[in-house]
Every structure is written in structure tokens, then in C-alpha cells.
Write a protein that binds this ligand. Structure first.
Ligand code: FES
Length: 254
């Protein structure tokens, strides 16, 4: 633990954490199995899915709240599990199930938390199974492409390309697909076809466009699943999406 170490109390137990880090990260490091869908450590937290609820009992922010977007403060006392937390979490999961009843991640969570949906689903606008967690748009923003964005408000809110037009800034990295927790976003065949048409014969490799392998040319007709370069980059990324390597490079991480 660094010299920024502070002590907080999780469920009555003293635990070391880093001042300012996400409370969810600190709680998970201490072994608390708090569920989450919209959080990714590399991205700014927005508290969208509201599954990571905890109860903060002391500090500058008290009450039941999301933990992913609350920074750790010295002396915080936090409950990570209680009947009240479970009740709120179950209700939030029910609401998410209305938007994404078929999403495997939600169904698994519903089974684990013994939640069944009591509501009937209204028609969902935009992508099927999208829970509007914005992991895709935050990922695309973080990588500097801004090819996706939330559009509309309230019931009409959806994920779209800017102005609902084909995104010229998309580099086909697929990080949005990887980040989506419900499988709502996938790479369409038209996207790949557009790529081929855009670049002509000298097609830059996707990792070239991501800034990870400058100068590399695609020799596999954008059939990345068959490509040794793709396999090498996947190994290098160690289970994360390779596009995140460019974030780590920006942040000076190894
Ligand atoms: S993980 Fe905290 S609100 Fe989604």
C-alpha cells in the first residue's frame, strides 16, 4: 500500500485503502463481492447501473449510494451488505432487466441475487439489450475517437453515432463491443465492408489506427480473428481489450 494509505471500516472491519480511489475498488480488494455492470477501472465512473450500492455511515457523504463513483476518504465507515442494500439493489436489477431481459450478464446476476422481474417491459428505443450504462461511449471517448454518443433524453435516450450518421472517426477497434456488459453492441459486417472500401489496397491494421503498431498494414482483409497480429496483441493486453494499451501508454503505465 502506498503512503496515500488510509484506514476505512468495511462492515465493521478496519481495511487499508488508497485515499481518492473508488470505494468499489477498495471494497473488492478487501474481498467484498459487490456487483456492478457499468464500472470499468480505466474509465470515469458515472454510477449508471446502480448495482454497486453500499451504505456509507460516516464521512462527508452518508446514506445508501453507489460505490463506484465515491472516492475513499480516511475514516469512512461503510456497510457493503444489509437487507436495505439488497432490497434497493434487487429493485435496480429488476429495472435493468426490463431493458435487457436476454442479456446473459443480467440473467446471471438475477439468478445469483434471486431476483425475478415483476414488471412488464415497455418498448425499448435504440439497441436491444442496451442498459444505457455508457461503457461503450466512455471507452470510445477515452480512446479519443468519439464515434459513439448518448442521444436523446428520458425515455428517448439511446446510444447512437453522432447525429445518427456513419462515424468516420471509428477505427474499428471493437473496444465498444468489448466494454458492453450486455452484448448490445457488436461489429456489423457493414462496418468492416466500409473499412475495406475506405482504405483501398493499402489497408492500415486496426492496431495501426489505434496508435499501437504504427505503419502496420493489414494482410488479412480485416479478418482479425485469423490474424497472428491480433492474437499477439490480445496476449499483450492480458485479458483486457488491446485498445486499453494505448490508455496505459498515455497514463505512463507499463
Ligand atoms: S457499477 Fe456503480 S453504478 Fe454501475
Amino acid at each position: 500500500m502506498s503512503d496515500l494509505a488510509v484506514t476505512i471500516r468495511l462492515d465493521g472491519v478496519a481495511v487499508e485503502a488508497r485515499a481518492g480511489e473508488s470505494l468499489l475498488v477498495a471494497a473488492r480488494r478487501a474481498g467484498r463481492g459487490i456487483p456492478s455492470l457499468c464500472f470499468l477501472e480505466e474509465l470515469p465512473a458515472i454510477g449508471a447501473c446502480r448495482l454497486c450500492l453500499v451504505e456509507i455511515q460516516s464521512g462527508s457523504r452518508t446514506g445508501i449510494t453507489t460505490s463506484c463513483n465515491v472516492p475513499v476518504e480516511a475514516g469512512m465507515a461503510v456497510l457493503t451488505d444489509s437487507p436495505e442494500i439488497r432490497r434497493h439493489r434487487a429493485l435496480n436489477l429488476e429495472l435493468l432487466l426490463l431493458r435487457a431481459p436476454e442479456a446473459p450478464a443480467l440473467r446471471a446476476l438475477a439468478r445469483a441475487l434471486k431476483v425475478t422481474s415483476r414488471f412488464s417491459a415497455p418498448p425499448v428505443r435504440g439497441l436491444a439489450n442496451c442498459i444505457l450504462c455508457e461503457r461503450c461511449t466512455r471507452m470510445c471517448d477515452a480512446l479519443g475517437h468519439r464515434a459513439l454518443a448518448p442521444a436523446g433524453r428520458g425515455e428517448k435516450k439511446r446510444i447512437d453515432t453522432p447525429f445518427s450518421r456513419v462515424s468516420e472517426s471509428c477505427v474499428g477497434c471493437g473496444a465498444c463491443t468489448w466494454a458492453c456488459p450486455t452484448g448490445a453492441i457488436f461489429m456489423e459486417r457493414e462496418t468492416v465492408a466500409r473499412f475495406k472500401a475506405r482504405w483501398g489496397a493499402e489497408r492500415p491494421c486496426r492496431y495501426n489506427l489505434m496508435g499501437l503498431l504504427p505503419g502496420t498494414v493489414c494482410e488479412n482483409d480485416y479478418r482479425c480473428a485469423r490474424c497472428e497480429v491480433d492474437r499477439r496483441m490480445l496476449r499483450r493486453a492480458g485479458g483486457r481489450h488491446p485498445a486499453l494499451l494505448s490508455l496505459r501508454a498515455t497514463e505512463g503505465k507499463p
